[in-house]
Design a protein around this ligand. Sequence first.
Ligand code: HEC
Ligand code: HEC
Length: 289
Amino acid sequence: MSDLFGFSNINELALAGAAATLVITLIAIAIYFKSIASDKSSGELSDGAWDGIKEYKNPLPLGWAVSFLGLGIWAIWYMFAGYPLNAYSQIGEYNEEVAGHNAKFEAKWQNADEATLRNMGESVFSVQCAPCHGLTGDGIDGKMAADLTKWGTDTSVVDSVLHGSKGLGYDLIEMLPKLDGLVESERDIELARDYMVKYLAQTKPLTAGDENTKGIEEEAWNVCASCHGEDGKGYGAPDLTNYGKPEFVVDVLNRGKNGYIGSMPAFDDGRLTDVQKRAVGTYVLSLRR
Ligand code: HEC
Ligand code: HEC
């Protein structure tokens, strides 16, 4: 087909067509402009006059009206039942195949054990996360991206409150450094953190509940409770009962984060399946030192 007119490439044929269309259009416009200058109108005038200007009686040609309406109806049919939305497309077939494979993948690994998830997570991490977080996960010492060897620990809870946190897109928007003066000392934050990890969150290392100090810790937690809730589940702020669990990482992946260190895109575009997100979450948390 492409050799039919001596063209070696079908694109050149299309280009030649476009050039011809352009030339014909320019000629038509030129003829039209010429006729504007010289044409004299004739025909029957209608009765009405607007400021002395009268109109010719030009009834809509029936053929034109019918084809205009017909074209409209055909266009609607064509769009929704005809080619564009119902056509075969390679992209569509690809998407269907991928969706099919993903469904099989999800079913197969739905109940994968932790070691399997961690291995799966490691390969996801090396492709999707390592470009920013580095192969070791330390984010070039936390300068390029969050240092995942420290994140999700008892220490990072305190760090987050000391230095603030923002960019996950929660309704409360931002946790200001030291809660904008609501907490005065690092000690107060540690007490609140102790309540959180003993009774609500169970981050690593699992700290046994010491009833003797529960009172003061709970009091310290009250400051946090105004946003994260007494039960830590978060109302317009992150659910801290998931802190240190893959679920928290999955939440971060679904939201993306535009924070103080930099910005991380959301992974909510189907790049990762739910199992893969849980897997990479499991792997990320295994990086904690
Ligand atoms: C004014 C409301 C508010 C208060 C009070 C508050 N937080 Fe937060 N906290 C937030 C918001 C909002 C976020 C999500 C910030 C983001 O988008 O990264 C957050 C995030 C966090 C995170 C997760 C940080 C991360 O890496 O994603 C931790 C941990 C945390 N808060 C602990 C605490 C503790 C402990 C206290 C009490 C000392 C506290 N918060 C008090 C609003 C609050
Ligand atoms: C384009 C670079 C980039 C990619 C890719 C990326 N991240 Fe991040 N990530 C960041 C940056 C930057 C931060 C720190 C955001 C801040 O606090 O300013 C971050 C923060 C995080 C945090 C801490 C969130 C919090 O609430 O403090 C986790 C967990 C995380 N990333 C996991 C991942 C995982 C898992 C992947 C791969 C699936 C990934 N990231 C891919 C740049 C990236």
